[in-house]
Ligand binder design. Structure first.
Ligand SMILES: Nc1ncnc2c1ncn2[C@@H]1O[C@H](COP(=O)(O)OP(=O)(O)OP(=O)(O)O)[C@@H](O)[C@H]1O
Ligand SMILES: [Mg+2]
Length: 521
């Protein structure tokens, strides 16, 4: 059943219910994206699981979100169960062997996996606006905020940094407006309030350092298997916009970081978007267009994107058209919208004369699906009614103890678990601004004069008008605590790690942003 260069999905059935043939996903078309759909409880997550297993065994790293906690078992050995054995027998999968997979658990909240963070700077204005559900006016101000920060080579690490920048913009709205475009104080205020809400929802933990390095989700094991990164998303799902924005940010990062590879023998990475409707729900048109563009272009970077959702209508048509490998589980067809979904799903397959697609879709059993993958020169195969193989890893969650054990031996253990010193560039700048304001006007003037001669090197971040004119030589004796020097270095280091590398060493150079607004590398 196992074939080189192919991933076994299941075995298709003839109309008389006898085995037809094994169905495969050809790894060389693994980067041509895919779609897994079906009503609730029809077998989508198990399909995701067996696809992830297959990619991993083929040496392809996988990233997926575990929306209900039931995917985590992929990191544990499967256990014999009657219904699984029955399925294995049915499709002629003998012997039915169990396996545990190299899993790296991730969690934005740091509870069920290694922490995942990014910085505001790296997320960029488009996704941040989406995260905040910004109005057009607010988005305008957010764009200007990034312009100010980017042009100043100023890293925005966390939400506090962004708040500070907004304060600054509010206080200097008229001056800045003439330089960067109109800044409405009311919009600044409303964004600040939105930020507070985000903070309360726990997004604050997601922004900061150390930011996730994409190379850490592209690891393989010594025995040549691809790591399966599993993002704990049960808690995250309570904030669907954060979930959706986070996954888009990942996609955007992958796109910006990875080099062109054309059409590789197998993907460099496969990315599963579970609950994909959350990406597109009420998304502004421009965002959908950009997503469509990234999905189209990321293929030649060797990344396969697989959307998992209940209803094919959840995915915009332009994106849908690019998803070459399809697994359609059962759909219900009671309401007009459901009937439309069935028709859409049926119409997108290359028909099989043996059966009527639309009819079969509503009659598929659990763990059964209509399957069509790309074959030959990249054309869709004729759709087949397929019993999906049972997983080799455990069906259902890992225990907390198992999760801890896996995290302990993970290749990224310790790398992300601690925050870098949360006192970031901005707090220091703000503190300095305050100090400068407290200082005597004459002294301040003297300090300012000195600055031009003593301006520091690339490790210091400056924001015009933020009172940063105080030269290092003057501030050092005032802060006598021994931590000061260390702290300053940590901040500089933290900043350098994620953002500065893209700023090069020149503070004045503007950052360049890609399609979804992430930093270009
Ligand atoms: N390929 C399969 N082999 C054996 N059993 C399966 C298979 N696929 C699904 N099942 C059975 O069906 C159950 C539900 O499947 P699954 O959790 O994948 O559904 P789902 O579509 O993800 O549901 P939801 O929308 O609620 O997340 C599984 O727990 C398992 O018992
Ligand atoms: Mg599921």
């Amino acid at each position: 059943m196992l074939q080189d260069g192919k991933l076994y999905i299941g075995t298709s059935r003839k109309p008389d219910d006898t085995n037809n043939k094994p169905e495969y996903l050809d790894l060389k078309f693994g980067n041509r994206h895919g779609l897994v759909t079906g009503a609730t409880g029809t077998g989508k997550t198990v399909t995701l699981q067996i696809l992830a297993e297959g990619f991993s065994n083929a040496g392809v790293p996988v990233f997926c979100a575990d929306v209900k906690g039931d995917l985590s078992g992929i990191g544990a050995m499967g256990e014999p169960k009657d219904f699984l054995q029955k399925r294995a027998d049915q499709i002629g999968l003998t012997p039915y062997e169990f396996q545990e997979f190299p899993v790296i658990f991730w969690d934005l909240y740091g509870e069920k996996g290694h922490r995942v963070r990014t910085t505001i700077s790296e997320m960029g204005p488009l996704l941040l606006s989406r995260l905040m559900n910004a109005t057009d006016a607010q988005e305008g101000v957010i764009n200007i905020a990034f312009k100010i920060a980017d042009q100043g080579g100023l890293p925005l690490l966390d939400l506090k940094d962004f708040q500070a920048l907004l304060n600054y913009m509010g206080e200097n709205a008229s001056t800045l407006s003439s330089q960067f475009g109109f800044i409405s104080k009311a919009s600044v205020g409303s964004i600040q309030r939105e930020l507070l809400i985000l903070e309360q929802q726990g997004a604050v933990q997601f922004f900061g350092e150390p930011a996730l390095k994409i190379s850490d989700i592209m690891r393989t094991t010594n025995d040549g298997r691809g790591a399966i990164s599993v993002l704990a998303a049960d808690k995250l799902m309570m904030n669907p916009r954060l979930y959706g924005t986070f996954l888009l940010w990942m996609l955007s990062e992958l796109f910006e970081v990875l080099p062109e590879v054309g059409d590789p023998d197998k993907p460099k990475l496969v990315f599963f978007f579970d609950e994909a409707h959350l990406l597109f729900n009420d998304a502004p048109k421009v965002l959908i267009e950009r997503v469509e563009q990234v999905v189209r272009l990321i293929r030649s970077k060797g990344v396969g994107v697989y959307f998992v959702t209940q209803n094919p209508l959840d995915v915009p048509e332009t994106v849908l058209a690019q998803l070459g490998n399809r697994v359609q589980h059962a759909l219900r067809a009671y309401t007009p919208r459901e009937q439309k979904a069935v028709k859409t799903a049926a119409d997108t397959f290359r028909p099989n004369p043996d059966f009527n697609c639309a009819e079969v879709i509503t009659n598929l059993g659990t763990g059964e699906a209509l399957v069509s993958t790309l074959e030959g020169k990249g054309a869709p195969s004729m759709v087949e009614r397929t019993l999906i193989r049972p997983p080799a890893s455990r069906l259902g969650p890992v225990t907390d103890a198992e999760r801890q054990a896996i995290m302990k031996v993970s290749p990224v253990a310790g790398l992300y678990d601690e925050d870098f010193d949360r006192e970031s560039a901005y707090e220091i700048l703000t503190a300095r601004a305050k100090k400068a304001a407290d200082a005597a006007a004459a002294q301040q003037q003297a300090d300012a004069d000195q600055t031009s001669q003593q301006s520091s090197g690339g490790s210091r971040w400056t924001l015009p008008g933020f009172g940063d004119e105080e030269p290092a030589a003057t501030s050092a004796p005032k802060q006598t605590k021994p931590r000061t020097g260390y702290q300053r270095e940590t901040v500089a280091e933290a900043a350098m790690k994620s953002v500065a590398r893209t700023v090069a060493s020149s503070l004045g150079r503007a950052l360049v942003r890609g399609i979804l607004g992430s930093l270009r590398r």
